[in-house]
Design a protein around this ligand. Structure first.
Ligand code: HSE
Length: 313
């Protein structure tokens, strides 16, 4: 038996929502798991990256043995029903840029998990899949939208369960995803974060997070401008993301821009703006990275409303 799962990329954090806010985007990884017939052949993992990706560098970030996150996810699922994975061939078709802050690892974890769940006759329900995926990833903000799609608030409860709610992204707020040629592995981007933060910074983010939810629900652009700020991770990561500070400064006085935020742990950046002046905003974005001699690719996406889906072959 063979199962393929298509999983969307995700942007996490989105300003004030460190480790709790994420949205799915229409860029996908497809993870296929096939039961092989040779007894004792173990688990084989292959990664096929899209030609557009800077493969040599980025593939280094994906272990292809038992240390791989896809293996860990599959193993946890098998273990949850008292079994161990064996005689499996896992193939990852990667179209989501790797080490760019676009949830490529979350997509691989979710794809492996859901494919294994299908092979095993669906022992895990959505809640169990969310918990296992979060256990492997460490935080729920990428894996939750990767599983359920849309713009999602999520929290990890004390018993390890994941609570989530979807929000409706206002259609006329444009998402411009800026993907620079630089790479940043999440592990490194998390290692620069402090283990404790000043109370005033925690309060700052709590205030902005509350504003974010109200701004989205009432499509209030002025409130959103105030909400798209962060003191929990962006200031610490600024030095790892060349271009971010410059871009924030260069777009600061653009009326149509609601915010400039790090996508996940970076180095990609999400610019949220209103429809007017989009071309001008895009030119400012390109110039900001050009000044640093860094190539950047820009994408305008709508939120992907579907999470992981089974691919019928
Ligand atoms: N919330 C996570 C972080 C997302 O900022 O580290 C990246 O995986």
């Amino acid at each position: 038996m063979k199962v393929s799962i298509r999983v969307p990329a995700t942007v996490a954090n989105i300003g004030p929502g460190f480790d709790c806010l994420g949205m799915a985007l229409p860029l996908y990884n497809t993870i296929t798991i096939e039961e092989t017939v040779l007894p004792g052949s173990g688990v084989e993992i292959n990664v096929l990256a899209s030609e557009d990706l800077n493969t040599e560098l980025s593939l280094e970030h994906i272990p292809m043995d038992e240390n791989s996150i896809v293996y860990k996810a599959v193993e946890l699922l098998y273990n949850s029903i008292g079994q161990s994975p064996s005689e499996l061939k896992i193939t990852i078709h990667s179209e989501i840029p790797i080490a760019k802050g676009l949830g490529s690892s979350a997509a691989v974890i979710v794809g492996g998990l859901i494919a294994a769940n299908e092979l095993l006759g669906r022992p895990a329900d959505e809640a169990a899949l969310l918990s296992i995926a979060t256990e492997v990833e460490g935080h729920p903000d990428n894996v939750t939208p990767a599983i359920v799609g849309g713009l999602v608030l999520s929290s990890m409860e004390e018993d390890g369960s994941i609570l989530y709610r979807k929000l409706d992204w206002p259609q006329d707020w444009i998402l411009t995803l800026c993907v620079p040629e630089t790479e940043l592995v999440t592990e490194i981007a998390r290692s620069v974060l402090p283990t404790e933060v000043p109370l005033a910074d925690a309060v700052f983010n709590a205030q902005r997070m509350a504003m974010f939810v109200q701004a989205v629900n009432t499509k209030d652009a002025d409130l959103m401008k105030a909400a798209l700020k962060d003191k929990l991770h962006q200031p610490y990561r600024m030095k790892l993301v060349p271009g971010l500070e410059k871009l924030m400064t260069n777009l600061k006085h653009e009326d149509s821009v609601l915010g400039v935020v790090l996508s996940g742990a970076g180095p990609s950046v999400l610019v949220i703006s209103q429809k007017n002046d989009l071309e001008k905003v895009k030119n400012i974005i390109k110039d900001s990275w050009n000044e640093l001699d860094i190539k950047v690719q820009l994408y305008n996406f709508n939120v992907e409303q579907n999470g992981a889906t089974i691919v019928n072959e």
